[in-house]
Design a protein. Structure first.
Length: 197
């Protein structure tokens, strides 16, 4: 299985992005020295795609599959793509505050700690539907890891389209998010332009 091992802060600098969107509070003191040349239209489109892939932890082939699926759905392709990425199980676990970072959320799902509607799911890319109940397994809730997570995520704001209790490590997906509800700094129209060439 392919794994992206790029140093996170270095990648955030190159993509001109804040590490907060990955759940990382550290800041880099280094400044990125950009060349004085103006970036081409293709370069801007590619950077937006790389930004979306990096934030959600998706590699190229699955990302292209998400795009193809978003194209087949009703409505605009860009917002559909963002909704698909946002409703991945690892992202929902992160958004509900059951993990400190998106990478940790992916690991928690992969280690079979998460139940969706009472069934164990260990696929980070599992697409969650409206009304699904997501919780940490009962025997895992007492682990020191989750005590630390609850302590760290005490003041984290849960998005309006989710209903979660960090103390109980249980939550519900009230509705699927629209593009306005997703606070990720990605211009999805540039991604659509890139793939529709």
């Amino acid at each position: 299985m392919a794994v992206d091992r790029t140093p996170v802060l270095k990648r955030c600098r190159s993509l001109d992005m804040d590490p907060v969107y990955l759940g990382i509070t550290k800041k880099s003191n280094r400044k990125l020295v950009r060349s004085s040349r103006k970036m081409s239209e293709y370069g801007l489109q590619l950077r937006e795609k790389q930004k979306a892939k990096f934030i959600y932890g998706v590699l190229e082939k699955p990302f292209r599959n998400y795009y193809a699926k978003a194209e087949r759905m009703k409505g605009l392709t860009g917002p559909n793509l963002m909704t698909l990425l946002e409703t991945r199980l690892d992202n929902i676990v992160f958004r509900m505050g059951f993990a400190r970072t998106r990478r940790e959320a992916r690991q928690i799902v992969g280690h079979k700690h998460i139940l969706v509607n009472g069934n164990c799911v260990n696929i980070p890319s599992y697409i969650v539907k409206a009304g699904d109940v997501i919780e940490v397994k009962e025997n895992k809730k007492t682990m020191q890891r989750y005590k630390d997570i609850v302590e760290a995520n005490n003041g984290v704001l849960v998005p309006a389209w989710l209903d979660a209790s960090v103390e109980e490590l249980k939550g519900t997906v009230k509705e699927l998010p629209s593009r306005e509800m997703i606070d990720v700094p990605v211009n999805e129209t540039l991604i659509v332009e890139l793939y529709s060439k």
